[in-house]
Design a binder for this molecule. Sequence first.
Ligand code: C5J
Length: 222
Amino acid sequence: MQIPDALPFPFEFQLPRSALVIIDMQRDFVEPGGFGESLGNDVSLLRAIIPSCQQVLAAWREAGGLVVHTREAHAPDLSDCPPAKRQRGNPALRIGDPGPMGRILVAGEPGNAIIPELAPRPDEIALDKPGKGAFHATPLHALLQQAGVSHLVFMGVTTEVCVQTSMREANDRGYECLLLEDCTESYFPQFKAAAVEMLRAQGAIVGWTATSAQLLRALAGA
Ligand code: C5J
């Protein structure tokens, strides 16, 4: 399979050796009352990508591809949240503090759930990650290796934080990575634009970018 118009040059992948990785599409980031808003962000910006993410997820599932969902989540006792992480952000509403959707960024709380529009199916991988990157302190690399995966297609939020960090981690582990530009968003449009540019610069130094329509065309043609 090929996405001929991916940037900076065509992206080739085989579905059985690929996974769709959906980063942190959680209520904590895209709904009022969660972690994202606690930091002073306008979360409505992020909701705009939900329809394109849904389209890609549906097509990927239809094609029989492997799906991975991540949640930025900490254990209720915060034993996996370094003080350095907890101490930054909004001093009035830190990770672990009670917020309108339950404790901020804590596993199992209502706000920590993946949004219903993109809810994982029981046969899909859903991972809690304590860091920004999806590979740090998670079994993701082992699970992908076990499944014979070499190519990753990324969607999710936020582009320059958890998505970019995860792509860089994946790139360093030898995966070929593609980011779907209209399926990722930032609270800061200029940060998204910069992240997209830097990931694909210098001959795809971290990976490729494409649109959801370009990926859907490749899946439909296969
Ligand atoms: C942030 C994330 N922005 N999922 N997390 O803290 O990007």
